[in-house]
Design a protein. Structure first.
Length: 216
């Protein structure tokens, strides 16, 4: 006699055989990043990437035409994660606390870059600082420029050329972070405070009490 399947059994969802595309894509890039950090880009093969991800080689070519295309995707992923970390930190400040937002932007840039510089150097190898039309850098600059413009409108400071000031702060912050990376500073927190203090000299704070009473 045939076994009858009841209604409850019919409603049990089946486990999907394949992972969602975005999950598979993230796993491939995470595996590639790990291998690139451990053994270098040139030494890493596509076979090693798919082996670590536990997928067929055809899956890799479904998403990427080559290892270079994967590197471009990693660059976009790195910048997206960098910006997300900045935005989340800035959003913890009060809406009108432009001084706090500027200090936070500087601090989190230093901390994030210092923590992730090895991935940064891989995805931007040999061309990042010489690419005068670097869209990823421009996105981060626009974020800083918006803080400077809003702070000027709120009369927290006076910045006549926010784009130029943003360029100078960006270059100063990243240059200082490179020094943190290659040097052994006994107190990184003191160093970060010094960088923030020097960057704030580039903006003309309207009320000195604002700076003295702030926790930057």
């Amino acid at each position: 006699m045939r076994h009858k399947t009841n209604q409850h059994e019919l409603e049990i969802p089946k486990t999907p055989r394949t992972k969602p595309a975005e999950v598979r894509l993230d796993e491939l890039m995470a595996a590639a990043e790990h291998l690139f950090l451990v053994q270098g880009v040139d030494a890493t093969t596509i076979n090693e990437i798919v082996k670590l991800t536990q997928v067929a080689k055809g899956i890799f070519y479904h998403y990427f035409a080559s290892k270079n295309e994967l590197l471009e995707a990693l660059k976009e992923r790195y910048t997206t994660q960098f910006l997300k970390r900045l935005e989340e930190a800035i959003d913890t400040c009060k809406p009108n606390d432009w001084l706090g937002r500027l200090c936070t932007w500087i601090r989190v840039n230093i901390e994030t870059y210092a923590e992730t510089y090895r991935t940064h150097d891989i995805v931007y190898a040999n061309h990042h600082h010489h690419d005068r039309n670097n869209q990823e850098k421009n996105t981060i600059l626009k974020q800083l420029q918006a803080i400077l413009e809003n702070g000027t409108q709120a009369k927290v400071w006076q910045v006549d050329h926010p784009h130029i000031t943003a360029l100078l702060i960006y270059a100063g912050v990243h240059g200082a972070t490179d020094d943190i990376i290659v040097s052994s500073h006994s107190n990184r927190e003191v160093f970060i405070h010094a960088v923030i203090a020097n960057c704030l000299r580039m903006v003309d704070i309207v009320d000195d009490d604002t700076l003295q009473n702030h926790s930057c």
